[in-house]
Design a protein around this ligand. Structure first.
Ligand code: HEC
Length: 149
């Protein structure tokens, strides 16, 4: 009886670790709306910080929408001025970040709409990666010469 119980327990433990491994492997990423709600809304839904770009405020977003998706996505990811790198979320993936920026941009007047990471054209994805690289290089250089950014 006891033995059967233990075998049963072991089987349950195995099953749950398999299920866990599968989840981790499939690496389910949050969409823009979910990421925004969980990681960005705390700052980007109200103007508690004067410089913040409030979601839905077309005036706040107009200039960034003009720049094109690669710039705010890359600069926000690296962090800029009062925007903490990765939005301050230590677990966020780049895809989730890109999707959250697209979600905010689309709610703030982007036309044509910006695509979330899974639907992003490879060309735009490459441009974002390039801008991230450039921004890190620039920051390194600024660090060396003691310039603020
Ligand atoms: C702690 C508050 C805070 C959180 C959390 C935060 N942001 Fe920001 N973000 C800011 C502020 C403030 C700015 C304006 C920066 C400035 O001009 O000083 C900003 C700017 C940005 C920009 C514009 C970057 C540029 O090119 O100028 C993007 C894009 C952005 N945030 C995306 C996000 C995303 C996506 C998230 C969630 C994953 C997020 N932010 C979470 C405070 C925050």
């Amino acid at each position: 009886m006891l033995r059967k119980g233990l075998v049963g327990l072991a089987a349950v433990a195995m099953l749950s670790s398999v299920a866990f491994a599968k989840d981790a492997k499939s690496g389910v990423e949050r969409d823009g709306k979910t990421t925004f709600a969980q990681s960005c809304a705390v700052c980007h839904s109200v103007r508690n910080i004067p410089e913040v770009l409030v979601i839905g405020n077309k005036k706040d977003w107009a200039e960034l929408l003009e720049e094109g998706q690669q710039f705010p996505s890359a600069h926000g990811w690296v962090g800029t001025r009062k925007m903490p790198r990765h939005g301050g979320d230590p677990k966020i993936t780049l895809n989730e970040f890109i999707s959250a920026v697209a979600f905010m941009a689309n709610a703030s007047g982007a036309d044509p709409k910006w695509k979330e990471a899974p639907e992003l054209d490879p060309e735009m994805y490459a441009k974002i990666l390039e801008q991230i690289q450039l921004r890190y290089q620039r920051n390194d250089l600024y660090d060396k010469i003691g310039k603020k950014y």
